[in-house]
Design a protein around this ligand. Sequence first.
Ligand code: SAM
Length: 248
Amino acid sequence: MRRRYTAADLGVFTREEASRFVPRGDGDPQNDVVLAWELLYRLEPELYDRLASVERLHPGVIGWLPRDVDRIAEVGAGTGRLTMELAERGRHVVAVEPARPLRRILRRKLTAAGHGDRVRVIRGFFDQLPLRDDAAGLVVACSAFTPSAGHGGEAGLAEMERVCRPGGCVAIIWPNHLDWLAARGYRHVSFPGPMSVEFGSHEEAVELAEIFYPKAAGEIRRRGWRKVPFEALGINPPRDLAFKVLAG
Ligand SMILES: C[S@@+](CC[C@H](N)C(=O)[O-])C[C@H]1O[C@@H](n2cnc3c(N)ncnc32)[C@H](O)[C@@H]1O
């Protein structure tokens, strides 16, 4: 990923995106992997979708989410790893996603699954959600929120809580800074058990690992793996969430 894009690719960002992802106007995706991921979403969204489709959430995470929620808001919905699940349980779901190419894929998937009418896909950012106060009973982000200002931060968390109704739940799935969230009143839940990424074929496992998990690619090739344990990829499995129930 670090070698995939160059500073010349930064022109793909809209002004709003650049103000968050390259606030000083310069940036080098070869030295900033977070920036490289933002370029991936815009330049090769189908490649990103192939990865997200095989990195499945722990079923316990899906099962934990409240079922009887009328309105759900998801932020940083991407190509719908979680949205497709939420579509099954909320009567009204709004999926906020800044990257236009990801929104396009998400809409395509929702339509194909017959959820096109119930799930609204809109542009927006954590720190400026285009939603009214108390808009949803569940406000959730999956593998998207971080404490950094460009990807949520204090302003982003405050926005998620603003759009969550009293007594509702804000949930951060697959969080990367549990201590930061705990300091802001978020409780942690983790679901145990072995977890793997199940690629479509061994060839796909090697191809995607060379791009996204280069340190693991050799072992995957040697062992002929199609199903790769998260530990071998060197990343935390998507088994955790942090949540806060707002005062009613
Ligand atoms: C790793 S992807 C996860 C996507 C999806 N939630 C999933 O689990 O597959 C991170 C997502 O966060 C979105 N994102 C990045 N910065 C954001 C921001 N400031 N506000 C809202 N979403 C953001 C990206 O566009 C991308 O869709």
